[in-house]
Design a protein around this ligand. Sequence first.
Ligand SMILES: [Zn+2]
Length: 341
Amino acid sequence: MRAVRFHEHGGPEVLRCEEAPDPELEPGEVLVRVRACALNHLDLWERRGLPRVTIPMPHISGGDVAGEVVAADAPNVTIGRRVMLQPGMSCGRCEACLSGRDNECRAYEVLGYLNHPGGYAEYVKVPVQNLVPIPDAIDFVHAAAFPLTFLTAWHMLITRAGLKRGDDVLVLAAGSGVGQAAIQIARLVGARVFATAGSDAKLERARSLGAHDVINHHTQDIAAEIRRRTNHRGVDVVIEHVGEATWAKSVRSLARGGRLVTCGATTGPAGALDLQALFAKQLTIHGSYMGTKGELMHAVRFFFAGQLQPVVDRTFPLAQAALAQRRLEESEQFGKIVLEV
Ligand SMILES: [Zn+2]
């Protein structure tokens, strides 16, 4: 099959479009003809190389996939069925998995990250329980743009932060995959949404997605603006994934009893915390990683009903994966960048 792989860590230039062996099915697995695969920051991290993480080489990235089932070594699978894929893999038999918290499984892995070759290819294989059938009205590009970021944002807002109608939420980096998903989910719940972005054009997009109020994080102080616009109260929930560059401002933006949820550290992993503020303001800090299979099944109902809609920035053919990654790396995008295969 044709695939985009890297044989060594480095910049986008290490990505090679080349012939690779077809995946071989094991019992319980299905083979999917990939039609679209969305990019995530994880793709960039694994290409550059991470401390203490060994990425098997040559490597095929890509955790957000939509396509058609072409073969199955499992019962009750319809060949030709249009599907999107659950990006999370877990053992399926530990206490966490059997309690419906499969993203806490010790064997938890993301498709395309370590030992499961991903969707930058014509074919990908996954366990049968990772299939999510999609209706005919949903195209492959939007289907691929949905799973990872909406699952992540859903788990952060609904499960971790316990977002309620009437809460004030601050969503950082509205143009990111998690940002555009979080704005929509927070609107769906009935929260008031503040969003940040780095350009006026992106702030306008954030408004059109449903943000009530927007802050330019390059020219304005996020915490000061939040204080001013909430009558000095702060927000109930902060959706953080930027890391070092924004962490202190995110904490300062919280109201008493506020919850900060973080799922990433794009600008670096260091973050200080004022312990006096933590206890005196009764703050809660939640770490969040992906989400459960059940949560994705729940969230897709709103996608299929037209109440959540992943924003597609633009598409690239598979062979131009390096160009696509460069666009993500330079934060030029608003929404998801998708490879068409
Ligand atoms: Zn498990």
